[in-house]
Design a protein around this ligand. Structure first.
Ligand code: ADP
Ligand code: MG
Length: 563
């Protein structure tokens, strides 16, 4: 038996840990399961490289809760620790055995998946426990099992104990202010939140399973019930697999697994996979934007080595892609730093631009592969794409390949096709391209009809950010001007030979004009009595393009998005 002092400089660091180390007390379970996972992964690696001989079985991690004794136990069948290792790894705070392991085996262990690295995770158990015990036995030959105990003061106890099995059992004696964690539903909630996709099976209790009846079973035979381990996680989530091994159906199934309350199917997915210059895997989905989608809940989830970290990816994923769903898993995102720092971090910037590029590439290939299907999805995806075009220059550059400009008659053009199509008929006297568009087919139908009658092509651009997008397009494409169909100057703009024939005589016009001007505000609208040759409309009322855009921009949050 040995007693000693935990090597920390502060006289009693535990109250500090309890209050400040992590703002979320609930992450203690994630940390302890991460350690159990690491210990099991180490065991598997050592077995693979031949340092451990013989069968290691199929190790699992088990969580047990005893409400009466106020205990939570986290049990693993991993490498365990010798007494010296406990001294080194547990008593020396902020000394990470995980990092040491990686350093030692870095040439042999490729893509280890080891989670720990700060050497602080274990101490998060003191956020909820007034006393912690460790029972552990190392895999090493002849290793003696040891028991460690600490009640939150800097003193600990370390002694030999009886334990036959290899592995570690952590016993948390839950503090009175943390008894909520003794509730089964609370533990289930935490397991589901943080550990749902961790790589080692996690058992929490048991459940009944009904065996299917044999085909030749007698009619009155009762199906047999058996008790099985209740495994709470899926150790092999889709994003860890190779895209070649996954079918469309598998991606959809994984979407349901991620968002069980979401019944709408995603439109398509993007499988991310990078090794260099950083590690990142994941699957992103373009969701169908329905009322059913809860933007605060069904968000992109960020993982590190299959451990859930957060579903707030602000600063990591470009803004416009935060409307996507799915998972990103990267051990290379520095999460121990503040969000504002994240945005300026070079690695994070690289990650953001990689994701942006992948999304653009996927959109290009989807468009090329099945244009019809892409056009059908356009209405659901255009908001995200247009927002991306506005906010990310790299994405804007690439968007020429897939951004669609639909007409009011549901014909879809990419930019080059549109240019080709309207060049002969829709240019002004300086050969500037005049792109006509409507934003509301119903309200503007008479203008649309009139323009179509003259042979013009009218786009339908009706998303909320369209006025910003048009400015961006006008700024970056040479010699292009967008004009809404009900603007006052279409006919003066577009150079053409045909002459206007008014349906009204001069006398009629003179009478009519003051009457109309009386009922609509002259400052914002223009009354034109001779512009149309459509039968339905003897006169039209128009609003200057610039005035309308100004108003719309004020309505959609001003010019803040430009810039
Ligand atoms: P980190 O995981 O970042 O290294 P922790 O404070 O979580 O830091 O754990 C410290 C060290 O204690 C680990 O690196 C590991 O060496 C050891 N350890 C903790 N839990 C276990 C366990 N269940 N089995 C074996 N070793 C463990
Ligand atoms: Mg850890």
């Amino acid at each position: 038996m040995a007693t000693g002092n935990i090597k920390v400089t502060a006289e009693n660091i535990f109250p500090i840990i309890k209050k400040f180390l992590y703002s979320d007390h609930e992450i203690f379970l994630r940390e302890l399961i991460s350690n159990a996972t690491d210990a099991t992964l180490k065991l598997k690696h050592l077995s693979t490289i031949g340092e451990i001989k013989g069968d290691i079985g199929e190790p699992i991690i088990e969580i047990k809760v005893d409400k009466d004794k106020k205990e939570i136990r986290i049990i693993d069948q991993g490498v365990g620790m010798t007494g010296e290792e406990v001294e080194k790894y547990i008593n020396q705070m902020a000394f990470s055995g995980a990092e040491e392991f990686l350093e030692k085996y870095k040439d042999k262990v490729e893509d280890s998946g080891i989670i720990g690295h700060f050497g602080l995770g274990f101490y998060s158990s003191f956020m909820v426990a007034k006393k912690v015990e460790i029972f552990t036995k190392s895999y090493q030959k002849g290793a003696k099992a040891v028991r460690w105990e600490c009640d939150g003061s800097p003193e600990y106890t370390l002694e030999e104990t009886k334990r036959k099995e290899r592995g570690t059992e952590i016993v948390l004696h839950i503090d009175d202010d943390s008894t909520e964690f003794l509730e089964e539903h609370k533990i289930n909630e935490l397991l589901n939140k943080y550990n749902k996709f961790m790589p080692i099976p996690i058992k929490f209790g048991t459940r009944e399973e009904t065996l299917p009846l044999a085909e030749d079973a007698p009619k009155d035979a009762k199906p047999e019930k058996i008790t099985v381990d209740n495994i709470v996680n899926n150790p092999n989530p889709a994003w860890t697999k190779s895209p070649n091994d996954l079918k469309d159906e598998d991606y959809k199934a994984f979407y349901r697994e991620l968002y069980p309350m979401q019944f709408e199917e995603p439109l398509f997915h993007i499988h991310l996979n990078v090794d260099y210059p950083f590690h990142l895997t994941g699957i992103l989905y373009f969701p169908k934007l329905s009322k059913n989608l809860d933007p605060t809940k069904d968000r992109i989830q960020l993982y590190q080595n299959q451990v859930f970290v957060t579903d707030n990816v602000e600063g990591i994923v470009p803004d416009f892609l935060q409307m996507l769903r799915g998972v990103i898993d990267s051990p290379d995102i520095p999460l121990n730093v503040s969000r504002s720092y994240l945005q300026s971090d070079a690695a994070v910037k690289k990650i953001a631009s990689y994701i942006t590029r992948k999304v653009a590439d996927k959109l290009t290939s989807l468009f090329k592969k099945d244009r019809k299907a892409f056009e059908e999805k356009w209405n659901d995806i255009k908001v995200i794409i247009e927002y991306g075009m506005l906010s990310e220059d790299k994405f804007f550059e690439k968007s020429d390949k897939f951004a669609l400009y639909p007409t009011v008659d549901k014909e879809y053009f990419v930019w080059s096709e549109l240019e080709e199509k309207i060049k002969p008929s829709q240019t002004d006297k300086d050969d500037k391209l005049i792109v006509l568009y409507a934003s509301d087919v119903k309200a503007q139908h008479s203008y649309i009809d009139a323009a179509k009658e003259k042979g013009y092509t009218v786009l339908l651009l009706d998303s909320p950010i369209v006025s910003h997008l048009l400015q961006k397009l006008e700024g970056s494409k040479k010699d292009v001007q967008f004009v809404r169909v009900d603007a006052d100057h279409i006919d003066n703009l577009i150079k053409k030979e045909d002459t206007k024939i008014s349906k009204l005589s001069d006398e009629e016009k003179e009478k009519l004009k003051p009457i109309i001007e009386k009922v609509i505000p002259k400052e914002t609208y223009t009354v034109q009595l001779e512009a149309l040759d459509s039968n339905a409309n003897p006169f039209i009322i128009t609003q200057p393009e610039f005035m309308r855009r100004m108003k719309e921009m004020q309505a959609t949050g001003g010019g803040g998005m430009m810039g």
